[in-house]
Design a protein around this ligand. Structure first.
Ligand code: 13P
Length: 252
C-alpha cells in the first residue's frame, strides 16, 4: 500500500506578516506539484487569509493550528469550523501537545474538534504522543493508545483522517525519536485504526511524525514503512529546510 506522504509545517505562534510573505514566496518558488507528497502550511489564524492568497495557484494546502468544538456562539476569542472552511482551510491540527498542556485539551475535546472539522469536509491532523516520563517508564504505547482510542471514533471518515505521532520529549528539543522508535509507535497506532475502521481503510490513513524533524534526519524517518510524512515545527520556518524535507519525502 503506498500512501501519499503529507509534509505539513506548523508555524505555531511565529512569523509577522512580512515574514509570512517571504516564507510563502520562497515555498512557491521551490515546491512543485508532486504525485507522492502533499504539502501543507499551518500559519497562525491571523495569517490564514493572506497565506491562502499568496499560495493561490500552487499545490500547497492551507492548514489551521486549532479549531473550536462548538459550531458558533459566545466563545470570545475562538474560531469555528465554518470560519476556517470559509478561509480556505483544508487541514486542521487538533490536540497538539502544546494545546493539551497549556490549554487543558482532553481526548474528549480532541474528538469533538475532529468531528466538527470532518462535518465540513476538512481533514483533522489528530496529534498524540507521550511525555518523557511515560517514555522512560516504558508505558508509552498504552498512553498513545488511549489518546487514539478516545480522540477518534468509529463514525469518523477514515479517508479524511490524519494522525500525527509527536513524542512530547522530541518537540522543539532537538532530540528526535529514532526511526525505529517512530515506526514502532506508528505501527501500534495503525493496529488500533484497523480495529476501528477495518484493515483496508486503516491502510490508507496517513500517520505522520513530528518532533525535531529536519533535513538531516528526514530521510531515515520518512523511509520507515509506517511513517507517512512529517509535522514540522521549527524547520518549517526556514524555507530551505522545509523544502529539503519535502524533497526527502519525494525520494521515498
Ligand atoms: P519541532 O519540529 O520544532 O520539534 O516541532 C514539532 C511540532 O510540534 C510540530 O507540530
Amino acid at each position: 500500500m503506498s500512501r501519499t506522504k503529507l509534509i505539513a509545517g506548523n508555524w505555531k505562534m511565529n512569523t509577522n506578516f512580512s515574514e509570512a510573505q517571504i516564507l510563502c514566496s520562497a515555498l512557491k518558488k521551490t515546491i512543485r506539484p508532486s504525485a507522492t507528497v502533499e504539502v501543507a502550511v499551518c500559519p497562525p489564524f491571523t495569517h490564514l487569509s493572506i497565506v491562502n492568497t499568496l499560495l493561490n495557484g500552487t499545490q500547497i494546502m492551507l492548514g489551521a493550528q486549532n479549531i473550536h468544538q462548538d459550531k458558533k456562539g459566545a466563545f470570545t476569542g475562538e474560531v469555528s469550523a465554518q470560519m476556517l472552511k470559509d478561509t480556505g482551510v483544508e487541514y486542521v491540527i487538533i490536540g497538539h501537545s502544546e494545546r493539551r498542556e497549556h490549554f487543558g485539551e482532553t481526548n474528549t475535546i480532541v474528538k469533538e474538534k475532529a468531528l466538527r472539522c470532518l462535518e465540513l469536509g476538512m481533514k483533522p491532523i489528530v496529534c498524540v504522543g507521550e511525555v518523557l516520563s511515560e517514555r522512560k517508564s516504558g508505558n508509552y504505547l498504552n498512553i498513545v493508545e488511549e489518546q487514539v482510542r478516545e480522540g477518534l471514533s468509529r463514525e469518523m471518515d477514515p479517508k479524511k483522517l490524519v494522525v500525527a505521532y509527536e513524542p512530547v520529549w522530541a518537540i522543539g528539543t532537538g532530540e528526535t525519536a529514532s526511526p525505529e522508535q517512530a515506526n514502532e509507535v506508528h505501527g501500534h497506532i495503525r493496529s488500533i485504526l484497523t480495529e476501528y475502521f477495518g484493515s483496508e481503510s486503516a491502510q490508507e490513513i496517513r500517520i505522520i511524525y513530528g518532533g525535531s524533524m529536519k533535513p538531516s534526519n528526514a530521510d531515515e524517518l520518512l523511509a520507515q514503512p509506517e511513517v507517512d510524512g512529517g509535522l514540522i515545527g521549527g524547520a518549517s520556518l526556514n524555507a530551505e529546510d522545509f523544502c529539503a524535507i519535502v524533497t526527502a519525502g519525494e525520494k521515498q
